[in-house]
Design a protein around this ligand. Structure first.
Ligand code: FAD
Length: 286
C-alpha cells in the first residue's frame, strides 16, 4: 500500500519524527531509538531538516537508513535561504537514494542569515510545493498549525493558506504540536468546512520535561491548557512524577481525539524511544 493509500484508507495511522544530530555528532543513538520503535510498524518515519540546509546531508543519510530498514521515509525540506538549484540538488539526491516523500516547508530565517537572501525563489511553502510538483514521482506533505502559525493574523487566514498548499499539490499534512484537544477538534472542523481534503496527521509531542514544554510552546506560539500547567506546577520539581503525568497527558490527548473521530497521529520522538513506546502502547496506536 502506498503512503497516500495508507493515510487515506487505514482507520488509524501513526507515524514518527526524528531529528538527526549535528554533522559532527554520532548518529547511533537515533538509530537505536528507531530500531526500538520499528517493531510497532509506523506508517511513515519523517526526518527533520535544519533550516537553511544546515543538516542537509544528515537528513538524507538518516532518511536513507529509514528506507534501508524497510520503513516509509519522509525527508523534511525547507526552502528558506535556498535557490531553485539548491532545492533541485537535494531533490535529485533524495531520488537517487530512493526517497520519494518530502515534507515541503518554508522554514524560519536562521540566526545570522542575511534577511534579503532568505526568500530567493520561494517566499512560501506553497511556492516550494509548486516546484516539487513539477517533478513527477514525489509525494508531498506540508505543515499545518491547529492554533495558527505565529506569523498569521488569525487561524482563518492561516487555514486559507493551508488550502492554498492543498490546491497547489500537498498530498497530506502534519500538524505542529498542540496540547489543547479542544483547539484541535475546532481546527479539524474548520479545515473540513474550508474544503481541505488531504489527510492530516496530528503532531503529538511527549511531555517529559517542564522547561522544554514551556520553551516549545513559546517557540511555536501554542497554548498550554490549564490541565497541563497544573501538571507543570504540581510535578515540575519531580522528574519521574512529571514524566509519568506527561505520558498520561499525551495518552489522554490521543484517546480523546480518537473519540472525536481524529485518527492519524505523528509522534515527535525527541530521541525518547521508551517514553514514545509507552504512549503508543497505552493509547492503543499500534
Ligand atoms: P508557510 O506555509 O509558507 O507559512 C508561513 C507563514 O506565511 C504562515 O503564517 C502562513 O499563514 C503565511 N502564508 C502562507 N502562504 C501565504 C501566502 N500565499 N500569502 C501570505 N501569507 C502566506 N522547520 C525546519 O527548519 N525544519 C524542519 O524539519 C521542520 N519540520 C516541521 C514539521 C512540522 C510538522 C511543522 C508543523 C513545522 C516544521 N518546521 C520545520 C517549522 C516550519 O519551518 C516553520 O513553522 C515555518 O515558520 C513555517 O513553515 P511553513 O512551511 O508552514 O510555511
Amino acid at each position: 500500500m502506498s503512503l497516500i493509500e495508507k493515510l487515506n484508507n487505514k482507520n488509524h495511522s501513526f507515524s514518527l519524527e526524528f531529528s538527526p544530530p549535528k554533522k559532527d555528532m554520532p548518529v547511533d543513538s537515533v538509530y537505536v531509538a528507531m530500531n526500538k520503535l520499528a517493531e510497532f510498524n509506523p506508517d511513515f518515519v519523517s526526518i527533520t531538516y535544519g533550516a537553511g540546509g544546515s543538516s542537509r546531508e544528515r537528513t538524507v543519510e538518516v532518511a536513507s537508513h529509514v528506507n534501508d530498514m524497510g520503513l516509509e521515509a519522509i525527508a523534511h525540506l525547507t526552502c528558506v535561504g535556498a535557490d531553485a538549484d539548491q532545492i533541485n540538488f537535494v531533490l535529485d539526491t533524495l531520488r537517487s537514494k530512493g526517497i520519494h516523500n518530502v515534507l515541503a516547508l518554508r522554514g524560519d530565517i536562521p540566526q545570522g542569515m542575511d534577511k534579503s537572501l532568505a526568500f530567493i525563489n520561494y517566499k512560501y511553502a506553497s511556492d516550494l510545493i509548486i516546484d516539487i510538483k513539477k517533478r513527477s514521482g514525489f509525494v508531498i506533505g506540508a505543515a499545518a498549525y491547529p492554533e495558527g502559525h505565529y506569523e498569521a493574523d488569525n487561524l482563518n487566514s492561516d487555514i486559507q493558506y493551508l488550502k492554498q498548499k492543498a490546491d497547489v499539490g500537498a498530498d497530506f499534512f502534519v500538524t505542529q504540536l498542540c496540547f489543547d484537544k479542544n483547539a484541535l477538534v475546532d481546527f479539524f472542523e474548520k479545515v473540513y468546512k474550508a474544503g481541505i481534503t488531504p489527510p492530516i496527521a496530528t503532531g503529538i509531542m511527549p511531555i517529559l520535561n517542564p522547561n522544554q514544554i514551556i520553551r516549545m510552546s513559546l517557540l511555536s506560539a501554542c497554548s498550554i491548557p490549564s490541565s497541563l500547567s497544573k501538571i507543570i506546577s504540581r510535578y515540575g520539581e519531580d522528574a519521574d512524577a512529571f514524566k509519568k503525568a506527561g505520558i498520561e497527558y499525551a495518552v489522554n490527548e490521543i484517546t480523546g481525539l480518537i473519540e472525536n473521530g481524529i485518527s492519524k497521529f505523528h509522534l515527535y520522538v525527541m530521541n525518547k524511544a521508551d517514553e514514545t513506546i509507552q504512549i503508543i502502547k497505552q493509547s492503543g496506536l499500534a
